[in-house]
Design a protein around this ligand. Sequence first.
Ligand code: PGA
Ligand code: ZN
Length: 425
Amino acid sequence: TITRVHARAIWDSRGRPTVEAEVELAGGATGRASAPAGASRGAHEAIDLRDGGEHLAGMGVANAVALARAEIAPRLTGMDAADQAAIDAALCELDGTANKARLGANATVAVSLAVLHAAAAAAGEPTWRWLAQGRAVRLPLPEIQIFGGGAHAGRRTDVQDFMVMCPRAGSIARALEMTADVYRAAGILMDEAGLLAGTADEGGWWPNFNSNEQALVFLTRAIERAGYRGGEDVFISLDIAANELADGDGYFLPLDQRRMTSAEMVDRAAQWARTYPLISIEDPVGQDDMAGMARATALLGDEIQIIGDDFLVTNAARVKQALAGGACNAALIKVNQIGTVSEAAAALNAARDAGWATIVSARSGETEDISIAHLAVGWDAGQIKVGSFARSERMAKWNELLRIEEQLGSAARYAGIDAFPAAVR
Ligand code: PGA
Ligand code: ZN
């Protein structure tokens, strides 16, 4: 039984305020979680409640914290923490809007996750095991950024994330070693070429490339320089985050100085897929471009993973619409896009029922919270995206996965290539 729900403002990895929640249960068990925040947000996402005005550039969360204390706390006190569905239904009902606009998804996500951790603690189990409820789980295949771009790096590239994936690594521990090798090699190559300008919002290198294609060339070379075979050991994954490039009825790419139609965006993605060791592309077109996403899936879906992020916003109804429209073969799952654990699980299950791959994801603004490591394992999502291989708000998640892999011991299984949609394996 929940005896106390407390909320406070803390700071995220971009130095902006965010909501943290703490939940206490009658037996003494506690749970704590905090809300992440996106920079390239979809219009169909749940709302992050911000104070507005001049203080802290309007980013304050005092209202969200006050509402959590005044309304969420009394509503949940006395409820059974083990009944996550009832907790999350209560949060939705109390909010009363379709997109958490009244209480703020930053408050509901922190509380929902804190309840989950408290329930696991009461059961004496790590959160991943509590979530799995005896079902078999796998360690997720990591998707890790090497260069940042788009909204995370002053638009130094049009494409937002240039990432790598190591599906044949055999373990999380080995996948992280391989990624560390590629990250280091990429930094050295860029430094040698005078193209290194620091690190981006998620910790990937902040590049000075002259084109998006140059980034692909450098990443392919970095994989080789690190001693791996591109397209065998290490694959490239892109988040185009095309929503950020939308311009009228098409797209504008400032770095490439090109206006492109939806069809041209997809054709260029296909050309990159033929030229570079690509395995996955996220949001190749904008959030409402169903025809473009369906075209990308028809053209490329047998070879590479086509992920919907802003396109699906962790919303089960949008997953079902996309399925009916022939769009996507994978869903990115970000709990704060929808606002509660149960609703995110519903989106994940809708994607899984469709035969899609699922990727539990962090946001570009994060904290030391490690909930997503537990969700990715406990839900057996198969894949996890945390941003880069630097900065402790990222490394906290990777390090937690190493601990989970160790807890599983000889029972640990790495999802690897099986994490991709069936047609892509
Ligand atoms: P965001 O970016 O957290 O800024 O939305 C992450 C992503 O697009 O996957
Ligand atoms: Zn994205």
